[in-house]
Design a protein around this ligand. Structure first.
Ligand code: FES
Length: 168
């Protein structure tokens, strides 16, 4: 039986101890920073709440613009943002369109271009959309206006997220 014990020198002991304590302290400082950096990724995606926008009896056959507030979560930053929708009735159906132009994101207006009555018009680059939000060929927008997810409850229209039209 051979005894091959090598005593730990004072220098080695201090090196091991300081390395261990230093590593422990560094981990203690880094963990909150790492947690802060990846926290938004760890959170479940916020579900988009439906927001009450307008009483159904105020909706006409003519598109009207209604503003409403949505709670927006952008990584660490949460805020209330005012957004709007063009809303009108087509028979018994309610149509709620996003006012954001699908070309470069300007805001479209209803019926403001004298040369194209009863169209949504984007003044930035003369974009045109028909009343149902379809982009007019040979104008800059390449897709129809987004459509809001909607529901009617207790006589009020609630809107959720604006989504591209299916097939668009
Ligand atoms: S942003 Fe609307 S036409 Fe260009």
């Amino acid at each position: 039986m051979s005894e091959n014990k090598q005593p730990v020198t004072r220098r080695q002991f201090l090196t091991y101890t300081l390395t261990g304590v230093g590593g422990f302290m560094a981990a203690g400082m880094l963990m909150p920073l790492v947690r802060f950096a990846i926290d938004p990724v760890l959170k479940p995606a916020p579900k988009h709440d439906m927001v009450q926008v307008v009483s159904v009896d105020k909706i006409t056959n003519e598109p009207q613009k209604f503003d409403f507030q949505v709670h927006q979560v952008d990584a660490w930053y949460e805020s209330e943002v005012t957004t709007s929708a063009w809303v009108y009735k087509e028979g018994n159906e309610i149509i709620a369109l996003s006012p954001v132009c699908k070309h470069l994101g300007c805001t479209v207006d209803w019926n403001t271009d004298p040369a194209n009555q009863n169209h949504f018009f984007c003044p930035c680059h003369y974009g045109l959309y028909t009343k149902d939000g379809t982009n007019v060929p040979n104008t800059p927008p390449m897709a129809p206006l987004d459509v809001y997810v909607q529901e009617v409850k207790d006589g009020y229209l609630y809107l959720g997220k604006a989504q591209p039209r299916k097939g668009a």
